[in-house]
Ligand binder design. Structure first.
Ligand code: DX5
Ligand code: ZN
Length: 218
């Protein structure tokens, strides 16, 4: 079962309530929330106040992707703003295990994100502690970038390890996802797909979302 998580980074910020309602009606299963601090990534997006604002407009789980330094400092506020998942970058966490425990302590599902160059070995000792691994298929910081296909073998390798260990962990893919690029990732074992510009950049969001989902399920 393939789940689509539209990223509000590509939505119209002046109409966010309407935007999330539209993709929920179109069949989205999560809302992806891209938080950027201008330090970990070279761009600033928004913080938990924006989540507070959209929370009443959707019943979908909020999938919060923290592209920030010192995530521990902000986890409580994102948990209180209604996060279902909080994912942190392994590259930003000096004490990754502690950060995972902190997320879990608020009743939020913890996930870890890997940049395109980061090997899966960096997370092999926390797999038992997390609910999701998020693979970046672009360098984080901006929407609308080109998919980096060299990440696909990493997805496949992790998927094998998860099966071998009998774990139940979602594999999410983020960056440059379209009806074409979803195909090799789904084949490699991923089950949740973020799409920003490929959904909010289109006139007919429902058709775009359904086309991507169908391609992933084929
Ligand atoms: C990139 C963000 C992505 C981005 C995806 O730093 O983490 O979630 O919004 O946008 P598209 O789908 O346009 O590549
Ligand atoms: Zn993201």
């Amino acid at each position: 079962m393939i789940k689509i998580a539209p990223s509000i980074l590509a939505a119209d910020f002046a109409q966010l309530g309407q935007e999330v309602k539209e993709v929920e009606a179109a069949g989205a299963q999560l809302i992806h929330v891209d938080v950027m601090d201008g330090h970990f990534v070279p761009n600033i997006s928004f913080g938990s106040l924006v989540m507070d604002a959209i929370r009443p407009h959707t019943t979908l789980p909020l999938d919060v992707h923290l592209m920030i330094e010192n995530p521990d400092q902000y986890i409580e506020q994102f948990a209180k703003a209604g996060a279902t998942y909080i994912t942190v970058h392994v590259e930003a966490c000096r004490h990754l295990h502690r950060t995972i425990q902190l997320i879990r302590s608020y009743g939020v599902k913890p996930g870890v994100v890997l940049n395109p160059h980061t090997p899966i070995e960096t997370i092999q000792h926390v797999l038992e502690d997390i609910d999701m691994v998020l693979f970046m298929t672009v360098n984080p910081g901006f929407g609308g970038q080109k998919f980096i296909s060299s990440v696909v073998p990493k997805i496949e390798a992790l998927s094998t390890i998860i099966k071998e260990r009998g774990l139940s962990i979602d594999i999410e893919i983020d960056g440059g996802i379209t009806a074409e690029t979803i195909v090799p990732c789904a084949k490699a074992g991923a089950n949740i797909f973020v799409a920003g510009s490929a959904i909010f950049g289109k006139e007919d969001r429902a058709a775009a979302l359904q086309e991507i989902q169908a391609a992933g399920e084929a």
